[in-house]
Write a protein that binds this ligand. Structure first.
Ligand code: SF4
Ligand code: SF4
Length: 247
């Protein structure tokens, strides 16, 4: 007991102050992409040809964050003349079309649904379904339960059964083998329920784009309320989305 108290005294309070204060993220973290104004079409085309995800719209001069895996190739080969990836991790949206961006994202809070806030603002229980994810999206959701993020202080928890849940958080590209299990999990949750898509795999297929073995976008089979981009999304991106949309 004394050792526990001594340890606590020495360690201090380790939980981050977010959302009151934004913690500093790793210097090389790539968050919201901001397209340079007036960039030439040639530069955009060069970047689009090099993009492994076919995520750059040449005509609109925008990046589809649903497809982007934030590899940084386009920033690197254009030497920043096309895009700069900022360290802004607040990049989630509630409408899929808003994932196509030049850096001007709509405020998520303005699109959150009032009845969701009323229903789930004090308590939100979520069932996580890994539908063939690589485990990185899952790990960065898992870390929300650690003392640093302490998701439970906001009344949000991950639960073991869909019968106890208010919604599902889906990761992975939804392989053919996982599709039935995912749909059955969704059916097992009582109405009203929410669907949260996490990671480029779930949003569009991500690195598995074009494969006949996957579902190209969770929204093609379920009504998605929240789209959280990234490969994987930063834990703070997940936290921002959950707090802004439901609190
Ligand atoms: S950072 Fe995104 S848009 Fe740029 S090359 Fe990589 S996947 Fe494509
Ligand atoms: S989005 Fe990226 S990190 Fe997440 S499951 Fe797919 S490949 Fe893994």
């Amino acid at each position: 007991m004394l050792n526990t108290l001594k340890n606590r005294f020495e360690q201090g309070y380790r939980t981050c102050a977010y959302p009151k204060e934004k913690p500093a993220v790793f210097a090389r973290y790539r968050g919201k992409p901001v397209i340079q104004k007036g960039v030439s079409k040639d530069i955009v085309e060069t970047c689009a040809n090099a993009c492994p995800q076919d995520a750059i719209d040449i005509e609109l001069k925008k990046i589809d964050m649903g497809r982007c895996v934030f590899c940084g190739t386009c920033e690197r080969i254009s030497n920043g003349a096309f895009v700069t990836f900022t360290n802004d991790f607040e990049i989630s949206v509630s409408r899929k079309e808003d994932l196509l961006t030049d850096g001007d994202l709509p405020a998520l809070a303005e699109h959150s649904k009032q009845h969701f806030k009323k229903l789930f603002g004090r308590s939100l229980q979520l069932r996580q379904v890994s539908a063939a994810g690589c485990n990185a999206c899952e790990a960065d959701l898992n870390v929300l339960a650690t003392p640093f993020f302490d998701l439970a202080r906001f009344g949000i928890n991950f639960v073991a059964s869909p019968r106890h849940a208010d919604g599902i958080v889906v990761t992975g590209p939804v392989s053919r083998n996982m599709k039935t299990a995912l749909l059955q999990t969704y059916e097992a949750i009582a109405d009203p329920k929410v669907v949260i898509a996490v990671g480029s795999c779930t949003l569009t297929g991500g690195p598995f784009l074009g494969s006949p073995e996957i579902t190209h976008g969770l929204d093609t089979i379920l009504p998605v309320d929240l789209f959280i981009p990234g490969c994987p999304p930063h834990p703070l991106t997940n936290l921002h989305a959950l707090l802004t949309f439901f609190k």
